[in-house]
Write a protein that binds this ligand. Structure first.
Ligand code: UD1
Ligand code: CA
Length: 449
C-alpha cells in the first residue's frame, strides 16, 4: 500500500531563542528536518509534504535539498497541529493509502517503529505512537486499554487523574490519508489552548465507530528539540548511537567518545579512525582506510588503503584513490588524487588533478584563486613536485616532470621536463664572518650609548 508523509515544521521554536527556524538547527551536521525526513524515507513514501510556517522560505529550501520532489505547504498562522495537517490537503489530492504525520523537530523515530505503526493499521483506523515517559510533564496523555486507544487528552485540558497517566503522545500518527484529511477538516478549537488539536482525531474517529490503537516506542526515539539544551542532548544521543553502530560494523575507533559523525557518514569495515576526528556531511571512507588523530573531513571520499593525517583537512570534492597518503597539516579541496599519490606535509591542493604515483613535496601550494576566479592545476602521473613549489593555476605539469624546490611555476611544464622557477643562488666566500664582525661592532657601539 502506498504511504505518504506529512512533516510538521511550521512552529517558531521560541524556546530556542534563535533567529533560525527550529527545524533548521543542526544535529550531526544536518538540519533536524533532514533527520525526520530520513526516518520517513525508510517507508519509501509516495508523497512527502512539509508544512512550513516560520521561516517558510528557508525551511522549504532545506526540505528540497533533501528531497527535490517534496511538496511544501505554508501554514501562515500556527493554529495547532490539526490545522497544520489540514493545510497539507491540497498537496495530498489524489493520493491513496496511509498517511504518517511526523514532527520536523523530532529526529530519532526509527524506521522499525514507523513500520510497526503501519502494521497496526490492519487492526485500527487510526494508530498513534505512544511512549512511557519518565517525566510526563506537559505531554498529551493517552487514555488507552492495552492497545485500544480511547482518546488523547492534552495536558492543559487534563484532569488530575488523567495527568497521572504516564503513557504519552509522541505526536506521530497514522491513518488512511482520505480519512485523516476528512477528520482534520472537522476539528474544532474549543479547548484550553484554543487550538485545532490533531490529537482530537482519535475521538472523532471513534465517534464514527472506527477503532484507534497505540503502538509504543522507547522514549529516546521521541526526543523532541525545544531548547538549546535539548539540541545538545540530541547531538550526544546521535553520536553515542553512531559510534556504537560504527563499532558494530567493524570499524576501529581508538577513542570512540572523541569521534563525531554526520547524519550521512559512511565508514567501511576495518577502517581505523583515530582520536578526535570530525566528519562533516558527505563523507565516505572505504574499508581499510585509516584516518589518524585530529582530522576534519567533509564532502570527500577516501578509498581503500589510503591514510590521512594526523591533522589533515579534507574539504568538499577531495577524492582520494587507493593507497593515497595525505600527511600532517595538509588541506585538500575539490581535488582528485589518483592511486598512490603522496602529499606528506604542509600543503594545500585546491582545484587540482594529480596523476597516480606523483609525489607532492612539503609546503606545496596550488595557487588556485586570482582574487576573482578559481583555476585548476593539472599534474600528471609519477611527477615530482619539489618542496615549497607554488603552482600558479591554471597550469599543467606533465607526466614524470619535476619541479625544483622553491619554484614558482607559472607556465606549463612538459612531460619529463625539469622546471626551475627560482632565483639563481649566489655564493660569496668568507662574507659571513665579515658581516658578523660588522654587526657585533654595531651592537657594542649601541650598548655604550
Ligand atoms: C503535541 C501534541 C501532544 C504531544 C506532543 C509531543 C497536539 C495538540 N499535542 O503537543 O499531545 O504529547 O506534541 O511532543 O498535537 N506545529 C505546526 N503548526 C502548528 C502547531 C504545531 O507545524 O500550528 C508543529 C510544531 O512546529 C512542532 C509540532 O507541530 O514541530 C508539535 O507542535 P507543538 O506546539 O510543539 O505541540 P505540543 O504542544 O508540544
Ligand atoms: Ca513540542
Amino acid at each position: 500500500m502506498p504511504v505518504s508523509l506529512v512533516i510538521l515544521a511550521a512552529g517558531q521554536g521560541t524556546r530556542m531563542n534563535s533567529d533560525l527556524p527550529k527545524v533548521l538547527h543542526r544535529v550531526a551536521g544536518a538540519p533536524l528536518l533532514h533527520h525526520a525526513m530520513q526516518a520517513g524515507a525508510a517507508l519509501s513514501p509516495e508523497r512527502v509534504v512539509v508544512v512550513a510556517g516560520h521561516g517558510a522560505e528557508a525551511v522549504s529550501k532545506a526540505a528540497r535539498a533533501w528531497d527535490e520532489a517534496c511538496g511544501i505547504v505554508v501554514q501562515a498562522e500556527q493554529l495547532g497541529t490539526g490545522h497544520a495537517v489540514a493545510q497539507a490537503a491540497p498537496a495530498l489530492a489524489g493520493v491513496s493509502g496511509d498517511c504518517v504525520v511526523l514532527y520536523g523537530d523530532t529526529p530519532f523515530i526509527r524506521p522499525e517503529t514507523l513500520e510497526a505503526m503501519l502494521e497496526a493499521r490492519a487492526r485500527h483506523a487510526v494508530v498513534v505512537l505512544g511512549f512511557e515517559a519518565r517525566d510526563p510533564g506537559r505531554y498529551g496523555r493517552l487514555i488507552a486499554q492495552g492497545e485500544a486507544l480511547e482518546r488523547i487528552v492534552e495536558f492543559k485540558d487534563a484532569t488530575e487523574a488523567q495527568r497521572a497517566i504516564t503513557l504519552c503522545n509522541s505526536g506521530v500518527i497514522c491513518a488512511d490519508t482520505a480519512l485523516l484529511l476528512d477528520l482534520v477538516g472537522t476539528l474544532g478549537n474549543d479547548n484550553a489552548a484554543g487550538e485545532y488539536y490533531l490529537t482530537d482525531v482519535v475521538e472523532l474517529a471513534r465517534r464514527r465507530g472506527l477503532s484507534a490503537g497505540v503502538v509504543t516506542c522507547d522514549e529516546a526515539e521521541t526526543l523532541g528539540v525545544n531548547t538549546r539544551a535539548q539540541l545538545a542532548e540530541a547531538e550526544a544521543a546521535f553520536q553515542a548511537r553512531a559510534r556504537a553502530e560504527a563499532l558494530d560494523n567493524g570499524v576501529t575507533l581508538t577513542a570512540p567518545e572523541t569521534v563525531f559523525f554526520a547524519l550521512d557518514t559512511v565508514v567501511g569495515r576495518d577502517a581505523i579512525i583515530g582520536p578526535n576526528v570530525v566528519f562533516g556531511p558527505g563523507v565516505t571512507i572505504e574499508s581499510g582506510a585509516e584516518i589518524r588523530a585530529f582530522c576534519h573531513l567533509e564532502g570527500c571520499h577516501v578509498s581503500r588503503g589510503a591514510d590521512v593525517g594526523p591533522f589533515a583537512r579534507l574539504r568538499p570534492g577531495a577524492e582520494l584513490a587507493e593507497d593515497v597518503h595525505v600527511g600532517n597539516f595538509v588541506e585538500i579541496k575539490n581535488a582528485i588524487l589518483e592511486e598512490g599519490v603522496k602529499v606528506g606535509h604542509l600543503s594545500y591542493l585546491g582545484d587540482a588533478d594529480v596523476g597516480e604515483g606523483t609525489n607532492i613535496g612539503a609546503g606545496t601550494v596550488t595557487c588556485n584563486y586570482d582574487g576573482v576566479m578559481k583555476h585548476r592545476t593539472r599534474i600528471g602521473k609519477r611527477a615530482f613536485i619539489g618542496s615549497d613549489t607554488m603552482l600558479v593555476a591554471p597550469v599543467t605539469v606533465g607526466d614524470g616532470a619535476l619541479t625544483g624546490s622553491g619554484s614558482v611555476i607559472t607556465a606549463d611544464v612538459p612531460a619529463g621536463a625539469v622546471a626551475l622557477g627560482r632565483a639563481r643562488q649566489v655564493v660569496k666566500p668568507g662574507l659571513a664572518q665579515k658581516l658578523f664582525e660588522t654587526l657585533r661592532a654595531l651592537k657594542a657601539a649601541q650598548n655604550k650609548d
